[in-house]
Write a protein of this length. Structure first.
Length: 435
């Protein structure tokens, strides 16, 4: 009790001292006319005879400051000059050829590649690598097929649906994901995925000619013209389109550049998802479909004509390589590149009873049987690695098919130089006004 009383007494003493200091300070302020008095620093007389050591130290310090200042200016010399400094900057827009592209590129991968991943996190990252490769090399369709080599059919089906869901999630623009992808355990590690940053994943303030959107219900938008719907395209207000569509579906909307400046009543036109590609060659993402087997990959082509006119099989036992001086791709409308699983395409063909082919006869299914990585240093190449390698090696040959006379009539267009703009934003994360 005595220690507690002594402690309280000491606390009271400190409180009284603090209060006394405040009263004294207030009195001094009142005496000085309401202005807080500042202590005047005494002028220090300069040393009449500076020593040689002091002069040397002052000179060295001054030289060091000058060097640091010059280095800083040199470092930031081109910080705001887009024409001179490009390194470390991020592209504001994807380089475009400004030429219509009527041909398509599809790839087929087996869902069983996920069965080699021990955790759901590794499976998510594997699918993310494939999706990134598809965006970089402008793949228009991804087919996930069941190679029937997984053993347990239930696990194989789960792997197929999981891969398809992650592929669709990554392709979907960020401001639309809440509408199409509710909370699901398959998307547990979706936050670890690197964004595609494709042209249809528009950023804040970007005035794109085309935008992806979702049709809104009548309860989520104001009444507009009869027979027309409103679409959320990631801008400040819903856009009225030229037709009536069921609520909840995804569509591509074409806008005039001046529409972004209107305070209200923005109007757009619904177009085909292929319109950006056929307009000026802008890559507009990929579609995803499932196939029951490798045979269904060829039979269920969704493009006009219903078939792929160029089918490429990738195998380490290919009869031609991309390094061959005579290697080239024939003109095509729809190209399909098929990848095998751990055991290769031959095992997939042998397991599909609908084809009625032996694994050794897999070559007969394709127009080209290609080895895209000859003289490999490893005994095996994983499927996600084969996708990146093959698309990279085939890209120069695919690019030559952009102006295909067989695909569509050639249009005379003025050649516009490709200008790549860069931004100071260090992050390449996608953003939108709706996220």
């Amino acid at each position: 009790m005595e220690e507690e009383k002594a402690f309280k007494t000491a606390a009271e003493i400190r409180k009284e001292k603090k209060l006394a200091k405040k009263l004294l300070k207030r009195k001094r302020i009142e005496e000085s006319g309401g202005v807080r008095p500042r202590p005047i620093k005494a002028a220090v007389a300069p040393d009449p005879k500076p020593t040689a050591d002091k002069e040397l130290n002052n000179s060295a310090a001054q030289t060091k400051k000058t060097i640091l200042k010059e280095n800083k200016l040199k470092k930031n010399k081109y910080a705001n000059d887009k024409g001179k400094r490009r390194f470390g900057r991020v592209m504001e827009s994807v380089p475009n050829t400004n030429k219509p592209r009527y041909s398509t590129l599809s790839i087929a991968v087996p869902g069983s590649v996920l069965l080699n991943c021990q955790t759901r996190e590794l499976q998510t990252q594997l699918v993310g690598q494939i999706a990134r490769a598809c965006a970089i090399y402008m793949v228009d369709e991804v087919i996930v097929f069941d190679d029937q080599l997984g053993g347990d059919s239930a696990k194989s089906q789960k792997a197929l649906s999981f891969m398809a869901k992650i592929l669709q999630y990554m392709e979907c623009p960020q401001y639309l994901r809440r509408n199409f992808f509710p909370m699901h355990h398959d998307l547990q590690f979706a936050g670890l995925l690197c964004p595609l940053d494709a042209p249809h994943h528009v950023r804040v303030g970007e005035r794109s000619k085309f935008r992806e959107g979702v049709v809104l219900g009548e309860d989520k938008c104001s009444s507009g013209s009869e027979g027309k719907s409103f679409v959320n395209i990631g801008v400040r207000q819903p856009v009225e389109i030229d037709r009536q569509l069921p609520a909840g579906i995804r569509c591509t909307v074409e806008l005039e550049p001046s529409a972004y400046s209107k305070p209200r009543g923005i109007k757009g036109k619904v177009v085909s998802p292929a319109a950006p590609r056929e307009h000026d060659g802008t890559y507009w993402g990929y579609t995803t479909r499932l196939a029951k087997g490798i045979g269904a990959v060829f039979e269920e082509c969704p493009f006009p004509g219903g078939k792929y006119d160029l089918k490429i099989g990738t195998s380490e036992r290919g009869d031609i390589t991309v390094e061959d001086s005579k290697f080239s791709l024939p003109r095509y409308k729809h190209c399909l590149v098929v990848f095998g699983g751990v055991a290769g395409i031959e095992e997939c063909v042998d397991a599909d009873e609908s084809l009625g082919l032996h694994g050794d006869d897999s070559r007969s299914l394709f127009d080209l049987w290609v080895n895209t990585c000859p003289f490999q240093g490893s005994r095996t190449i994983r499927t996600e690695e084969a996708v990146m390698i093959s698309l990279a090696r085939l890209r120069p040959f695919v690019a030559k098919n952009v102006e295909s006379k067989d695909a569509a009539p050639k249009q005379r267009q003025q050649k516009i130089p490709v200008e790549v703009e860069f931004s100071d934003d260090a992050s390449s994360e996608e953003s939108s006004s709706e996220e």
